[in-house]
Write a protein that binds this ligand. Structure first.
Ligand code: SAM
Length: 224
């Protein structure tokens, strides 16, 4: 799967997506993340991309022409299915279910706003869907784009060593995940539950399911 991020701050995307699991997945060819600088499409001699909003008001708005030219150029070079997503506090909330749906596309084209946002006319023309990462307002769409990439990428084949890594996880399984422990067997006077040490896998599975149920009831009863 290919993620192409249209942004005024491409280094923000690279510094997150080129590290750790996403960085390794890119090197191994399981996913690709490209950040494209919208500013490179400005026809202004000072490479300006923003302007004051018509009708007055505070802040600056990213103008339609460089966004359109950037999107048009990038899209023209992509093969396979493409979904254009504008990261926006006005969009539908990003959920695990949405991440799983987006995995079906060959390409996700992620448009990041900044300042007061982007001229509404170009959004109307190029955006298939708006996605929000939560009911709060951030300074730009770059962190939301990285959240979306991370949530979708880890569902792509090869990115995680074993698909069961995410199938049992909180939310994806419908319940919160059971508590987990690693060495040492005792920490600050607390021992790892004995059931996890006895090697009886059927008993361990039952215990984990019970723990997942009771944690979900306690922390997120709305999921049950
Ligand atoms: N004036 C816009 C409004 O009221 O809807 C908010 C603009 S916000 C300061 C700048 C950019 O950050 C947005 O264009 C969007 O790309 C991004 N952004 C901010 N909050 C977001 C959120 N919760 N989810 C996704 N993107 C967000």
């Amino acid at each position: 799967m290919k993620f192409t991020v249209l942004t005024l701050f491409p280094d923000l995307i690279r510094c997150i997506c080129d590290e750790s699991i996403l960085g390794r997945a890119q090197k191994a060819g399981f996913i690709s993340v490209e950040a494209v600088d919208i500013r490179a499409y400005s026809k202004d001699k000072h490479h300006r991309v923003d302007d004051t909003p018509y009708g007055g008001g505070k802040g600056m708005l990213i103008a339609a022409p460089p966004v359109y030219d950037c999107w048009h150029d990038v899209k023209g070079h992509l093969t396979g299915s493409v979904r254009t997503i504008y990261l926006s506090p006005q969009g539908r909330l990003l959920t695990q279910k949405k991440a799983a749906q987006l995995k079906a596309y060959d390409n996700l084209l992620l448009l990041c706003g900044h300042y007061e946002g982007i001229d509404a006319r170009v959004l109307e023309e190029i955006v298939d869907e708006e996605i929000s990462v939560g009911d709060y307002v951030l300074t730009g769409g770059e962190l939301p784009a990285c959240l979306l990439i991370d949530a979708v990428a880890r569902l792509c084949p090869g990115v995680l060593a074993d698909p069961s890594c995410y199938e049992n996880e909180s939310i994806a399984s419908g319940l919160l995940e059971y508590p987990q422990y690693t060495r040492p067997v005792e920490f600050h006077g607390k021992r790892v539950p004995e059931v996890l040490l006895n090697g009886d896998h059927a008993q361990i599975e039952r215990w984990r399911h019970q723990e997942a149920l009771s944690l979900t009831r306690k922390k997120r009863p709305d999921l049950i």
